[in-house]
Write a protein that binds this ligand. Structure first.
Ligand code: GDG
Length: 467
């Protein structure tokens, strides 16, 4: 049985108290780690002035965790800099926000090389290596340079933009060459896969046959869509539990008989939070009878607060919120409740179930798991309505949501109105079809199908046999 080696920017070690809520990737990989012996390698989240070139090892169950610290300059250039100020905005089509710096790019490549040096020594011949997300695109190329010939897969959690957009980023061709060193590249949607294949053909000169690309050195890469899912059963169970948490009880008490609309997102400009608040404002202006009868709760845990664009977003969001609540609120009713702290998953699950409308309107999103969690949490006999951006990967699967263009606040306002007024039969019918979609493609399907495809890969051996 080969060992599964997962590499991601952050490593999610199970909480020693067992109380903490597991992060997305930890939930996604739980079953995969039961089927394989596991090693999980990545950043510890710690910054140290003299980080060791060797990882610190922690063992939990059948998974070994290998944790690397970063120097302050590494965190600045690799994480805050190139990954989150250049790649993230580019890949979310926000070219005006993409800040390229040569120093940051050099730091990004340096951290990838030092991760590869540390990991390369731990690799066994049969290991299956699965790398996650945009922080680590060059990792396979660095491992190959060290002579690692294992099967290496990569999953890209965020959108892959059109080649014309990605091509504006300095370094983009080098990154495309590096991505072609993976044996299997998974993206969220068929559109992302098509964008990436086109870019590799155009910029690297690979030849394409279906999902397979062959580069000049004969290496074959498959680029395919593997839409990520959630643990539907687990989330349903959480949502069914009677609310015990203070926050849920307070929310219920404050609602009285009002309808609740909910949004849950990291505070990130890709999620369209101020735009969503303005759409809700438009809804209240156009439907004055609804004032006092509906509350919008936006949970938006602060994220990447060392990156200047996120500081500006935080300020702009608070200003929009203040303006709307000031102009439309009344002494006994605050239209928008906005909190920037993170709540336990069980609280989110309860709140989703209470909410009549789930408002998920990112400007761009690889998938968007909140949309799927909202669906999973609903009461089958009286489900709420999902309003979903056409620019979330999830919209490809959840076609029974009310699909909107988040750039048009009038359209979003009309969808909120339709959602509030939708009759129970239609809500049940739409929910049933969405539930089937998330059950058929849940997180176990996602991990198992990616790993099966990677295990079945034979392309590299063709190259090896020729050497
Ligand atoms: C990236 C891609 C892709 C949010 N607030 C709290 C909290 N959350 C949880 C949600 C959900 C997760 O965080 C967010 O996942 P998303 O998919 O919505 O978005 P990103 O964080 O941007 O994730 C995205 C994803 O990777 C997976 O591939 O879908 O497109 O951008 O699970 O529930 N969790 C807790 N408290 C909070 O306050 N506990």
């Amino acid at each position: 049985m080969p060992r599964l080696v997962v590499v991601s920017n952050r490593v999610a070690i199970p909480d020693p108290t067992g109380k903490g809520s597991a992060g997305g990737l930890a939930v996604a990989l739980k079953e995969a780690f039961q089927a394989y012996q596991g090693l999980w390698f990545g950043w510890s989240g710690r910054v140290s002035s003299h980080p060791s070139p060797e990882p610190k090892m922690v063992d939990k169950g059948n998974v070994h965790y290998a944790l690397m610290d970063l120097a302050p300059i590494d965190r600045q250039e690799y994480y805050n800099g190139f990954a989150n100020r250049a790649l993230w905005p580019n890949m979310h089509y926000r070219l005006g926000l993409s800040e390229f710096s040569r120093a940051d790019y050099a730091g990004y490549l340096r951290v990838n090389r030092s991760f590869a040096n540390a990991l390369g020594q731990m690799i066994r011949p049969d290991d299956l290596i699965w790398v996650h997300d945009y922080h680590l695109i060059p990792l396979a190329a660095e491992l190959r340079a060290l002579g690692v010939t294992n099967r290496i897969g990569y999953f890209h959690h965020i959108p892959w933009p059109a080649p014309e957009v990605f091509g504006t980023l300095p370094g983009s061709r080098e990154l495309l060459r590096a991505i072609a060193d993976y044996d299997l590249v998974g993206v969220q949607t068929d559109l992302d896969a098509d964008n990436l294949r086109r870019a590799i053909v155009q910029e690297v000169g690979a030849t394409q046959q279906g999902v397979e690309l062959t580069t000049a050195n004969g290496h074959q890469t498959r680029v395919k869509g593997f839409p990520i899912g959630i643990d539907v059963k687990g989330f349903q169970q959480l949502a069914r539990r009677p609310p015990t948490h203070r926050i849920v009880k307070q929310t219920l008490a404050s609602l009285v008989s009002r309808n609740l609309i909910i949004g849950v997102d990291r505070l990130d400009y890709s999620k369209g939070i101020p735009e969503r608040m303005e759409a809700f404002e438009r809804f209240l202006v156009a439907n004055p009878d609804q004032r006092g009868h509906v509350t919008f709760l936006q949970i938006a845990p602060t994220s990447r607060s060392e990156v200047p664009e996120y500081v500006s977003l935080s300020r702009a969001t608070s200003e929009t919120l203040g303006r709307i609540n000031g102009s439309l609120g009344e002494p006994g009713w605050v239209p928008i409740h906005y909190v920037t702290t993170a709540y336990p998953r069980s609280v989110l699950a309860n709140l989703y179930r209470i909410a009549r409308v789930g408002l998920v309107t990112p400007m761009r999103d690889g998938m968007n798991l909140v949309a799927k969690e909202y669906v999973a949490a609903q009461d089958p006999e009286d489900p709420g309505v999902l309003v979903l951006s056409k620019f979330a990967g999830a919209a490809q699967q959840l076609t029974d949501a009310l699909i909107v263009n988040p750039n048009d606040k009038f359209e979003v306002a009309e969808a909120i109105r339709d959602a509030i007024h939708m009759d129970r039969d239609e809500r049940k019918e739409r929910w049933r079809r969405m539930m089937k979609a998330i059950q058929d493609y849940d997180v176990s399907w996602w991990a198992a199908s990616f790993l099966k495809d990677l295990s079945d890969y034979r392309g590299m051996s063709k190259v090896r046999s020729r050497i």
